[in-house]
Design a protein around this ligand. Structure first.
Ligand code: PLP
Length: 389
């Protein structure tokens, strides 16, 4: 059975150039980048080269790049780092109802510490409207955090407009660009954004390396206190292979983005058209919104997503369920709920996400496997319903 991986928004295969580049750092190049002897100097250069590569990818300055262990840590650093920064008196944060748990749960934590958070809604297409952000601002708002692209639907948020509103109000703007990185341009110099999160393993790097771009002149409090690494903004010995790998991944993404974006968009069109032909009642979420070229989030009415996931897995196809299963009961995704998707449709949603290794025949395999799986799951549900009646 040929396996097909359609879950690139969860993680991506390591780029062969990344795998080759990190090898020496699992062998002779093992020093601590903070050591001043030869073993440290060799690897310090590698960390700084990777920083320069990532800076060139975003168009920011190398000193604006702070390495962390993950996108999750970078999101924590952005939000808590602003909340606890020296001299901050404000207690209010604006974010959206469709953020990743790395932002959502950080905001919930800060609420427990006396901060106030406004969770701005999205429209039916899954987009945060800039005017809704403007209305949410209060006198003591310190941060607006709105993601660049949603991980479940791929919806692209108008972060330039939202950032302009934040800037006009004198409020810092953070964007979680974990999913947008490498898929759409993120021109740091012209974006009115002060803090930007990225994660290596979403762009064919290796796991355990992410980071935050912090605009020059902006001071944030560290979340991990320790040594003076990352200019005191993140204590802890750097993940050398992860950082080197991300530097190479960024270089590859910069080189490949121009060709990859239209290629993936064509594959997305093929996938959506194929699903519609095979299963005419398919509902594509955020269909009319600007979306990442690699992501389709769709519901297959009458076929629960956890059952579909297993049926597809049995056919060698990896996708992600848009609903979480807790002790047998399915909970619809908060993102789809925020978009106003009815519960019975939301529990039948799948996320299909493609990447640089996806080919047209993979798309055709997924369409065929989904057709079979939906029919099988619907058939089983009908039989169970008849037995129960
Ligand atoms: N933010 C978004 C939008 C994501 O999709 C993810 C991961 O899925 C994260 C943050 C967390 O990144 P990491 O897996 O590097 O912790």
């Amino acid at each position: 059975m040929r396996k097909v991986y359609f879950d690139h928004n969860a993680s991506t295969p390591v780029h062969p150039e990344v795998a080759a580049a990190v090898q020496p750092f699992l062998g002779d190049l093992f020093g601590n980048p903070s050591s001043i002897h030869w073993a440290g100097r060799d690897v310090r250069k590698a960390v700084e080269d990777a920083r320069a590569e990532i800076a060139s990818f975003y168009g920011c300055r190398p000193l604006e790049v702070v390495f962390t262990s993950s996108g999750t840590e970078a999101d924590n650093l952005a939000v808590k780092g602003v909340a606890y920064r020296p001299g901050n008196a404000g207690k209010h944060i604006v974010t959206s109802r469709v953020e990743h748990p790395a932002i959502m749960n950080t905001c919930l934590f800060l609420e427990s510490q006396g901060f106030r958070v406004t969770y701005v809604p999205v429209n039916r297409q899954g987009i945060v409207e800039p005017e809704a952000v403007r209305s949410a601002l209060e006198n003591d708002t310190i941060l607006v955090s709105v993601m660049a692209a949603n991980n479940e639907t791929g919806c692209l948020m108008p972060i330039a407009e939202i950032g302009a509103i934040a800037r006009e109000a004198g409020v810092l703007m953070h964007t979680d660009a974990v999913q947008a990185t490498g898929k759409v341009p993120l021109p740091w110099e012209s974006l009115p954004v002060d803090l930007l999160t990225f994660s290596g393993h979403k762009v064919n790097g290796i796991k355990g390396a992410g980071g935050l771009v912090v605009r020059k002149g902006i001071e944030i409090e560290a979340v991990l206190h320790g040594g003076h690494q990352e200019r005191g903004r993140r204590g802890g010995t750097e993940n050398l292979p992860g950082i080197v790998g991300f530097g190479v991944a960024a270089e590859c993404a910069a080189r490949e983005l121009k060709a990859e974006a239209p290629r993936l968009l064509a594959l997305r069109g093929r996938l959506e058209a194929g699903l519609r032909a095979a299963l005419p009642d398919t509902v594509i979420h955020g269909e009319r919104a600007p979306r990442l070229p690699n992501t389709v989030n769709a519901s297959f009415p009458g076929a629960r997503s956890d059952h579909l996931l297993m049926a597809l897995d049995a056919r060698g196809v990896c996708v992600s369920a848009g609903a979480a299963c807790a002790s047998g009961a399915v909970e619809p995704s908060p993102v789809l709920q925020a978009m106003g998707v009815p519960r019975d449709l939301a529990v039948c949603a799948l996320r299909l996400s493609m990447g640089r290794d996806t080919r047209a025949d993979d798309v055709d395999r997924v369409i065929a496997a989904l057709g079979e799986s939906v029919r099988a799951v619907r058939g089983a549900a009908a039989t169970a319903g008849a037995k129960g009646a």
